[in-house]
Design a protein around this ligand. Structure first.
Ligand code: BGP
Length: 478
């Protein structure tokens, strides 16, 4: 008997801007990610205000899922996927975000993708907005800082809900909404970068704008959930958080308190709003101490209360430590950094690998919310090399995933209600933080390289065959 439920949603996760390519095809407009150049582990990617002919923009072709989706979904089916987490490119449906009518060609593309999933008995789990805000909304409203963007988003949701009501049941409103609490979130999520051009690491840290924008995202998410509940009772809609577990660096109470403060804002703040339907008690002090004054309107509190999500989801890659002292040795990745944990090893990008942290986190989350949960991203970004036989033997990736699945099963034994698991980048795609192809996560290798070359052919890695067995045995054979 398997530890996991019979209908456990095994699968993989992707995002439109990181795999589709065809960035200006069939009426699609530019999103923020289309204005981002490539970077690397050492040099940050840039965001530019116009497309510069001397720079490479990895989302423009990505791995060209737009023209390879049938082949790719067939490969997912070969591994036995029950679920495919993907996102809809907002700018395929509303090229500037401001049109009143959706772009039919864009809608048709996702019809084909969902039909293909159905033919392979794969359930789509659709992120409505995954790091791909229409760039026109940045120029016009400074992204989500403008309250007007709520209407644009709700119009987008209504269009896709209506069109795909018989094809999609599982939805997530915003990918890693809590990245908005970090400076990098201005590019990834809030789009509060009007007029900015430069390396993504140099984006000004304007908390007032980001938290105002986040307030609007909370409202937009809640309105979408409320509308879906009223019109499409068959839908289940979740939130999605970047869960970056952190521990106090030492048992010094100062570190413990510093970690608690950090943890609240990093990991709980957004889900407290989206799952519980109100700002948490600790928010006001944070706002006061950071000079943040939210502009709200009468009725906002009711909207948040009425638009609570049905299930909780998160990504989980790493953990780090928090110290009250300045200058504790830091693990250096682009999105989250913290002090180094001497008990853990790091990936080539400095992400500290912590499978037991996943068990701990799932227990904490379930204790707090008590609603069904899903791990919708997890995985190891690595430099893959082909062996003498031409295949990528990614035993390091298998080890990483095996250890995390083991801990996920422990969490289920602990009593956590876990719906499924969709590891990130089930097929190699463009990295969100660095814009690289070299940071690969996939079970499927894609012949596409950082300089833009490659014939885009797909090849099974060793982990492909391993994951197939995992799914076949419902997680019993690891
Ligand atoms: C999450 C994002 C994904 C993704 C993943 C891996 O933050 O939701 O879009 O890319 O992390 O990160 P990266 O691509 O930077 O390695």
């Amino acid at each position: 008997m398997s530890v996991l439920r019979k209908d456990f949603l095994w699968g993989g996760a992707t995002a439109a801007n990181q795999l589709e390519g065809a960035w200006d095809v069939d009426g699609k407009g530019p999103s923020v990610s289309d204005m981002c150049t490539n970077g690397s582990a050492k040099a940050p990617k840039w965001v530019t205000r116009t497309i510069r002919p001397d720079r490479l923009y990895p989302s423009h072709e990505a791995i060209d899922f737009y023209h390879h989706y049938e082949e790719d979904i067939a490969l997912f089916a070969e591994m036995g996927f029950k679920c495919f987490r993907m996102s809809i490119n907002w700018t395929r449906i509303f090229p500037t975000g401001m049109e009143l009518e959706p772009n039919e060609k864009g809608l048709e593309f996702y019809d084909k993708v969902f039909d293909c999933c159905k033919a392979h008995k794969i359930e789509p789990l659709v992120t409505i907005s995954h790091y791909e805000l229409p760039y026109a909304l940045v120029e016009k409203y400074n992204g989500w800082e403008g309250r007007e963007v709520i209407d644009c988003f709700v119009r987008y949701c209504k269009a896709i809900f209506e069109r795909y009501q018989d094809k999609v049941k599982l939805w997530l409103t915003f990918n890693e909404i809590n990245s908005s609490t970090m400076p990098m979130g201005a590019i990834l999520n809030t789009g509060t970068i009007r007029g900015f051009e430069g390396p993504t690491t140099a984006v000004p840290d304007n908390k007032q704008q980001r938290y105002q924008a986040l307030h609007h995202m909370f409202l937009a998410s809640a309105l979408a959930v409320k509308y879906a509940h009223e019109h499409y009772p068959q839908f289940k809609i979740g939130d999605m958080n970047l869960f970056a577990t952190s521990y106090p660096l030492t048992p010094n109470p100062d570190d413990v308190l510093a970690n608690q403060r950090h943890f609240n804002m990093m990991n709980w703040f957004c889900s407290d709003v989206q799952v519980r339907g109100a700002y948490p008690f600790y928010a006001q002090r944070f706002f006061d101490e950071n000079g943040i004054v939210l502009k709200t309107e009468p009725g906002d509190d009711e909207i948040l209360k009425e638009g609570r999500v049905d299930f909780y989801t998160c990504s989980y890659y790493l953990s780090n430590c928090i110290s009250a002292e300045q200058g504790a040795k830091s693990t250096g990745d682009n999105i989250i950094s913290g002090a180094t944990n001497p008990y853990l090893k790091s990936s080539d990008w400095g992400w500290q690998i912590d499978p037991k942290g996943l068990r701990w986190s799932l227990n904490e989350i379930y204790a707090r919310y008590g609603i069904p949960m899903m791990v919708v991203e997890n995985g190891l970004g690595a430099y893959d090399q082909k062996g003498a036989d031409g295949m990528v033997h990614d035993s390091y990736r298998i080890d990483y995933l095996r250890q995390h699945i083991e801990q996920m099963k422990e969490a289920v034994k602990d009593g956590v209600d876990l719906m499924g698991y969709t590891p990130w980048g089930c097929i190699d795609l463009v990295s969100a933080s660095t814009g690289e192809m070299a940071k690969r996560y996939g079970f499927i290798y894609v012949n596409k390289f950082d300089d833009g070359t490659g014939d885009l052919s797909r090849e099974r890695k060793e982990s492909f065959f391993w994951y197939k067995k995992v799914i076949e045995s419902n997680g019993e054979i690891l």
